[in-house]
Design a protein around this ligand. Structure first.
Ligand code: KIV
Length: 297
């Protein structure tokens, strides 16, 4: 399959995403957590780069996203902003950064734009977060909603479980989605919900839906960088398609490196720097004059 380069070098904005929804063109989104992953995603022409709090699990080795702090998020977001110039950049608000007061939520959301070069923020939750969402929007900060599985509620849910599996739960999710849209979020991530629910929400809303484990009918799709590239050791969710197995390639490369150092076949002549012969001779003479061993050549 021949893959086209990014359709336009222009900076992606929330308006680009709305236009894509109206034109029926799929929106592409992926997470990135550092300069090289951001460069790779931007060069591939991905529309939206999310500095997800999933970095706690895939980059920092935490069991959940709960321990991730604002400082950790900002550190990674800054690196992403240095690497990506076309994609819309979204900073994920970590646990407790928007749960206390609207004023604190605005301050934390603002840090993503002011200190880390993000264009927008994402936060989990439905109607229970409306006051916070409205306050952040009032400050001129675009907000991406997140419904369905909300990983920051993992302990309350008793695990990373699919959501909205009953008609009643689906109705609640649809009402949440409508409330978020009315408040002014520019799009909504739908995580781990049945295809029937994602399809209904996508048809009902004017703003785009971006699915992860939500079937093919959303206006866009998002996946975690490490899942797409096969960089995770652990469990790969069923909804992921792995487009490469970089873990295997990295393992083979590092094992070969170790073996070649141990066998003294690396570094080879082409990796080696020599002195000019006259400098080497002068050093040799000095070493001998001072009783050191002869230089090995
Ligand atoms: O943190 C994250 O990576 C996310 C995506 C799964 C949408 O929230």
């Amino acid at each position: 399959m021949s893959v086209q380069p990014a359709s336009s070098p222009e900076k992606v904005t929330v308006r680009t995403l709305w236009k894509k929804k109206r034109a029926g063109q799929p929106i592409t989104m992926i997470t990135a957590y550092d300069y090289p992953s951001a460069r790779a995603a931007d060069r591939a022409g991905i529309d939206v780069i999310l500095v997800g709090d999933s970095l706690g699990m895939v980059v920092l080795g935490y069991e959940t996203t709960i321990p991730v702090t604002m400082d950790e998020m900002l550190h990674h977001a800054r690196a992403v902003a240095r690497g990506a110039h076309r994609a819309l950049l979204v900073g994920d608000m970590p646990f407790l950064s928007y749960h206390t007061t609207p004023a604190e939520a605005v301050r934390n959301a603002g840090r993503f734009l002011q200190e880390a070069g993000m264009d927008a923020v994402k936060l989990e939750g439905g109607r229970e977060r409306l006051d916070v969402i409205r306050a952040i929007l009032d400050a001129g900060i675009p907000v991406l909603g997140h419904l369905g599985l909300q990983p920051q509620r993992v302990h309350q849910l008793g695990g990373f479980r699919a959501q909205a599996r009953t008609a009643a739960a689906a109705q609640r999710l649809i009402e949440d989605a409508l409330a978020l849209q009315a408040a002014g979020v520019f799009a909504i991530v739908l995580e781990s919900v049945p295809v029937e629910v994602a399809r209904a929400v996508t048809r009902i809303l004017d703003i785009p839906t971006i699915g992860i484990g939500a079937g093919p009918d959303c206006d866009g799709q998002v996946l975690v960088y490490h899942d797409v590239l096969g960089l995770n050791d652990g469990h790969v969710p069923r909804f992921v398609r792995q487009y490469a197995n970089l873990n295997r390639i990295i393992h083979e490369a590092l094992t070969r490196y170790r073996a070649e150092v141990e066998a003294r076949t690396f570094p080879a002549e082409e990796h080696t720097l020599h002195m000019k012969p006259e400098e080497a001779a002068a050093l040799d003479a000095w070493l001998r004059a001072h009783g050191f061993f002869r230089m090995r050549r």
